[in-house]
Design a protein around this ligand. Structure first.
Ligand code: ADP
Ligand code: G6P
Length: 574
């Protein structure tokens, strides 16, 4: 049966992610367009909606002038149950293209060479996280659950905790921030990024920080957070309370106690040897340690996170979590999935069947290999193309008998590395098609665009094999989607061992994408595998994919979060 939520009816869930399920853009005529977003995070969370109701807070992809916000907000709320966090285009650029996608993304995927650390981007990251925290803290009440998603928002748990337990003046945070940015950021940049003068406090929503103690920064490596004494009437805490208990006392007065915060990382968490390259490695870890539950796709990512906490913060960890400031952050493995029935049922639709038949006619007598990736350097697209080239060179009898249909979904096009990749892939496709192609036949059909769901489903169903060659990938849901669309053909799944999915998709042909020869051999094996073997592989794969669904992922995470109290588990801890 379906996984069941154990939360009570009145317990509210708020999901926060940078990307909303819908992205807004504005055309030349000034009209707004709402487009379905792509990526594994949106696919999985959308798949949870049937079982779990939640309000979804995130960035709509575009700043909207004040005059238009009311109408846009209404549409977001009514049609998608979403609440926007607006960021100026400049701040969003530095937060999204800058810190998130030019620093954290490459680093978490073992590309430290691509990482460009820039203090202004860090400042913007912190600022954008603060804007999110303001919206969330405004919305949440005692007992709510807040589930924060992914690497764009790793400071949000800490900022939210300090906001709901007293810290309220944004200016104070900014001043502190300026004090710690290591390379000097000049006042002009600060004004640009924050739209304010450095050092000028701007209280939020008329709140003042009078009467509450606030969290101060960590003073030394591994040192404790301090409660700073401030002017005004301070609450009297009984002796011996932990920071966690004090936070809860202050939050209670504001009607915001017992708020559980969860965090899930959709990317890998790298080995501490890579992670420690990050100049703000401590701040990022401290940002998520204010959670009650921290989840990863695989056991390895969770282990890397815990060992980073030990090595970088000097904290003692337990196998399933870590005590910090009196709060226990449980750490666990929650492998994400998809909604397989969406593909199984999608395939029955007339439109998809018609399209499938047309494609089958088009590729008659030819085997089809499918690749579906955001055009991202972690997806190993050049490695995939090289492997195909080697395969065709070594097996010329397959020339004209196999095509690779590679869909490359445009992604993060303002980031330089993505522009370089685009040029590199274009060139490779041109060269390989030039080498093996004829007027009648091209070995690679390359589409750099987003395709509609029906087309995607038909392509998955058409293909005799799917090729995922990521050099690192949090999970990779494309593999799950292909398997779900193969109940008839039982095509082969060729899967990189560097994708999180390799830990679970037993029945795939695993490859090391850096080893071009063995990838070429795997293509050969996939194409020549007999029907019995393919069917038995597919049975194993599909039974996993239909059990570990997006829904199962969401429900198990939220159920666990419901059970936690922030207190360390019974028995000797920390
Ligand atoms: P990532 O999250 O890195 O993009 P995944 O493989 O986990 O990689 O997820 C990609 C997701 O994007 C899949 O669920 C896939 O169906 C979805 N997708 C692919 N093409 C489109 C598209 N044109 N529009 C919307 N979503 C798409
Ligand atoms: C990955 C990330 C997600 C992101 C998605 C699409 O799956 O983990 O957080 O939403 O890629 O990327 P984008 O930059 O368009 O949000």
């Amino acid at each position: 049966g379906s996984p069941q939520l154990e939360t009570s009816k009145d317990q509210r869930l708020i999901v926060v992610s940078n990307r909303l399920p819908v992205t807004i853009s504005k055309d030349d005529k000034g009209e707004y367009h709402f487009k379905m977003s792509s990526g594994g995070l949106v696919s999985a969370l959308s798949g949870c909606k049937k079982t779990m109701s939640f309000q979804w807070i995130g960035w709509p992809g575009k700043d909207i002038p004040m005059a238009d916000r009311e109408i846009v907000n209404k549409r977001l709320l009514d049609e998608y149950n979403c609440v926007p966090v607006y960021l100026s285009d400049e701040l969003a650029d530095r937060h999204y293209n800058g810190f998130s996608n030019s620093i954290l993304w490459p680093l978490f995927h073992y590309h430290p060479g691509e990482m460009n650390f820039d203090a202004a981007h860090w400042l913007a990251y912190r600022e954008a996280n603060m804007r999110f925290a303001e919206v969330v803290s405004h919305m949440c009440q005692s007992g709510d659950m807040v589930w924060v998603q992914d690497y764009h928002l790793m400071l949000l748990p800490m900022l939210l905790r300090s906001m709901i337990s007293g810290e309220s003046a944004q200016g104070e945070m900014v001043r502190k921030e300026l004090g710690r940015v290591k390379e000097g950021v000049d006042d002009e940049v600060v004004k640009d990024v924050l739209g304010m003068q450095p050092g000028v406090a701007t209280p939020v929503d008329g709140e003042t920080d009078e009467g509450v103690e606030m969290l101060d920064d960590v003073e030394e490596e591994g040192g404790p957070l301090k409660m700073k004494e401030r002017g005004g009437k301070r609450p009297h805490f009984p002796r011996g309370l932990s920071t966690f208990q004090k936070q809860e006392m202050v939050a209670k007065e504001k009607g915001k106690d017992g708020i559980r915060i969860g965090f899930f990382l959709h990317t890998p968490f790298p080995s501490s040897e890579i992670y420690r390259v990050l100049p703000v490695r401590r701040e990022i870890l401290l940002g998520v340690l204010q959670c009650d539950l921290i989840g990863f796709h695989t056991y390895d990512y969770a282990r890397h996170f815990l060992s980073s906490c030990t090595r970088i913060l000097g904290l003692q960890t337990q196998p399933n979590g870590i005590e910090f400031e009196g709060r226990y952050a449980q750490v666990g493995t929650y492998p994400i999935g998809i909604e397989p029935m969406q593909f199984v049922e999608g395939l029955q639709k007339e439109k998809v069947q018609t399209r499938l038949q047309a494609l089958e006619n088009r590729f008659k007598g030819c085997k089809v290999i499918i690749g579906v990736d955001r055009l991202d350097y972690i997806k190993g697209i050049p490695q995939k193309l090289h492997a195909l080239e080697v395969f065709l060179t070594q097996h010329p009898e397959w020339i004209g008998k196999v095509v690779l249909v590679q869909l490359a979904i445009p992604s993060r096009q303002d980031v330089e590395e993505y522009q370089n990749l685009r040029a590199c892939v274009n060139e490779l496709v041109g060269r390989i098609n030039g080498r093996f192609g004829t007027v009648e036949f091209m070995p690679i059909h390359y589409l750099h665009k987003s395709v509609p769901f029906e087309e995607l489903t038909a392509m998955y169903a058409l293909a005799d094999a799917c090729l995922v060659t990521s050099t690192r990938d949090g999970m990779n849901l494309v593999a799950y989607e292909y398997i779900s669309s193969q109940s008839k053909r039982h095509g082969s799944m060729v899967l990189s061992e560097f994708a999180g999915a390799a830990q679970s998709l037993n029945g795939s042909i695993l490859i090391n994408p850096w080893d071009v020869q063995s990838t070429a051999d795997a293509i050969h094996l996939a194409l020549e595998m007999g029907p019995e073997q393919r069917e038995s592989n597919w049975q194993k794969l599909f039974s996993y994919v239909s059990k570990y669904t997006a829904e199962a992922w969401g429900v198990s995470f939220v159920n666990e979060l419901t059970r936690l109290s922030g207190l360390p588990p019974a028995g000797p801890a920390g």
